[in-house]
Design a binder for this molecule. Structure first.
Ligand code: DGY
Length: 313
């Protein structure tokens, strides 16, 4: 049995995999180039990939009939053509749960940082432009008494909601499949956008959620509200967001994900009220190790003929 791994993983995790099968590890610092992926996946039994790798019918075809599993080291698996994999009898797995806490903490880090203008403040200090303390200098928004609006309910957003009482916030949520969440109020998307002080996106990237937050949606938000996106970039129409921020139709935005990573809309780079982070939600040593470890567990299980630990739904 052999497995292609498209990016360096922690050595302890690779050692676990090596004990079970032959490992072909791509060691480049950036995402494996498409041509190299197509060449190296040929004849493999398993593929461990990252969200920066597009695993479509072409890659599955290049892999050939031995391929049994594509194990994504991510919870969001929109980089994989799941239907094409299933049509070939290839299992697809992701890494839920192990990153929930890191991503929820990070969402709160973004909420606090953007409402208290930390990015802006840091830029002022580093540029030597700080003229001293002022009573009305760089004022932000307090969280206590405000409404957190969650779009898309899953493990991560529930963990985000769990922390809201600590900041004195009430919680509203919008989800396509109706469900009860104790202590939180379900709302239609329009009502949630119109009443929330923080709108935090947690939906998966699907054709339905592409540009869910567009010009129309942004105009429904309060002028004092902030948009947080830790889901997937294309859920937000970046050009529309730039326009809304420029027009001050909303107070600010904190983004961890972008439409065409690692490219960022040039308009966003000009805006003081946009906090821009390079896709770091799950980036703690503990969580990234656990994600890699879970992907390897999925591969080991499937190659041994057992059910995958975390197959995608
Ligand atoms: C994921 O796993 O989908 C996250 O985006 C990684 O940070």
């Amino acid at each position: 049995m052999n497995c292609l791994v498209t990016r360096r993983l922690p050595s302890s995790v690779i050692a676990r995999l090596e004990a079970e099968c032959e490992v072909d590890l791509y060691t480049g610092a950036e995402a494996i180039p498409r041509e190299e992926l197509l060449a190296r996946v040929a004849g493999k039994d398993a593929l461990i990939c990252l969200l920066t790798d597009r695993i479509d019918a072409g890659v599955l075809e290049a892999a050939g009939p031995r391929l049994k599993i594509v194990a994504d080291v991510a919870v969001g698996y929109n980089n994989i053509d799941v239907a094409a994999a299933r049509a070939r009898g290839v299992e697809v797995t992701n890494t839920p749960d192990v990153l929930t806490n890191a991503c929820a903490d990070f969402t709160w880090a973004l909420i606090l940082a953007v409402t208290r203008r930390l990015g802006e403040g840091e830029r002022v200090v580093r540029a030597g432009r700080w003229a001293g303390w002022g009573l009305d200098y760089m004022l932000g928004m307090e969280l206590r008494g405000k409404q957190l609006g969650i779009v898309g309910v899953g493990r991560i957003s529930q963990a985000v909601m769990d922390k809201a009482p600590a900041f004195g916030m009430s919680v509203a949520y919008h989800t396509r499949s109706p469900r009860e969440i104790p202590g939180a109020t379900p709302m239609g998307l329009d009502q949630l956008l119109a009443t929330s002080d923080i709108v935090s996106l947690h939906c998966p990237m699907t054709p339905e959620t592409h540009h869910l937050i567009n010009q129309q949606a942004l105009t429904k938000m309060k002028r004092s509200a902030y948009l947080i996106n830790t889901s997937r970039g294309p859920v937000v129409d970046e050009a529309a967001l730039v326009w809304a921020l420029q027009q001050r139709l909303i107070a600010g935005a904190a983004l961890d994900v972008y439409e065409e990573e690692p490219k960022v809309h040039p308009g966003l780079l000009e805006l003081e009220n946009a906090l821009l982070i390079p896709h770091l939600a799950s980036a703690t040593t503990e969580t990234r190790t656990a994600m890699a470890d879970l992907a390897v567990s999925n591969v080991i299980a499937v190659l041994a003929g057992r059910p995958a630990v975390t197959p995608v739904p």
